[in-house]
Ligand binder design. Structure first.
Ligand code: ADA
Ligand code: CA
Ligand code: CA
Length: 221
């Protein structure tokens, strides 16, 4: 009896260990050779996997016309993704899109671009090491960023230079540090920003060209 118990005990140890191994093993970085499309109304859960751009997409430099690693379509959600280096042109959004817990370890040409009108909500995650822009808004949108940490960039958010369409930017519960120029820069007289419950430090002029600003309960440090 004693022997059976000890055999069972050893067996359970071995099984437990192999499970432990499979659940904690680090998955290799996924090299993306062709943009991953997140189709309309679907969710792509990266489960914490790190993705890097293959050379087909771009080298993550400041050269324009690089391809995105992810293209997120209307009604879709992208979550739990780490973008490593190079990140090429990051993430492109087409419509109403949710981005949850996405981390850019080394922003490429930019981190995320709004390519089609819509409501884009970024909740959780972080971005760092952007040579210039982190978020690039190329179409009219309601652009919400919350619970996000951004460090080291030129501009946290940039509405396409020279454009006059309307963008509402909402920043809530973020930490934004070390921007060379601004948190939000726009050339549109109608675009707005509403920043609340946010900590920021060394963010340049903070706002450039923004005519409609609401701020509440922010802390500069
Ligand atoms: C720059 C460039 C635009 C566009 C944008 C982007 O603003 O002038 O044409 O490419 O970057 O989306 O990265
Ligand atoms: Ca650009
Ligand atoms: Ca770009």
């Amino acid at each position: 009896m004693k022997k059976i118990v000890s055999i069972l005990f050893m067996f359970s140890l071995v099984m437990g260990f192999s499970q432990f191994q499979s659940s904690t093993a680090f998955a290799a970085d996924k090299v993306v050779h062709e943009t991953i499309i997140v189709p309309k109304n679907t969710t792509y859960d990266g489960k914490g996997q790190r993705f890097v751009a293959g050379k087909e997409l771009g080298d993550g430099s400041q050269s324009e016309n690089q391809e995105p690693v992810f293209r997120v379509e209307d009604g879709a959600t992208l979550k739990n993704v780490v973008l490593g280096t190079p990140a090429a042109d990051g993430v492109h959004t087409y419509g109403n899109v949710n981005i949850q817990n996405v981390k850019w370890e080394d922003v490429g040409e930019d981190a995320l671009t709004v390519k089609k009108e819509g409501k884009v909500t970024i909740d959780g995650g972080s971005a760092q090491k952007a040579s210039d822009k982190i978020f690039q808004i190329n179409k009219a949108s309601t652009f919400t960023v919350k619970n996000f940490t951004a460090d080291n960039g030129g501009k946290f958010i940039r509405q396409l230079g020279g454009s006059t369409f309307h963008v509402d930017v909402i920043i809530d519960k973020c930490t934004i540090t070390n921007m060379k120029e601004a948190i939000f820069r726009t050339d549109s007289k109608t675009s707005t920003v509403r920043m609340t419950n946010t900590r920021y430090s060394n963010v340049g002029q903070k706002w450039i060209g923004v005519q409609h600003i609401y701020e509440n309960n922010n802390t500069q440090f």
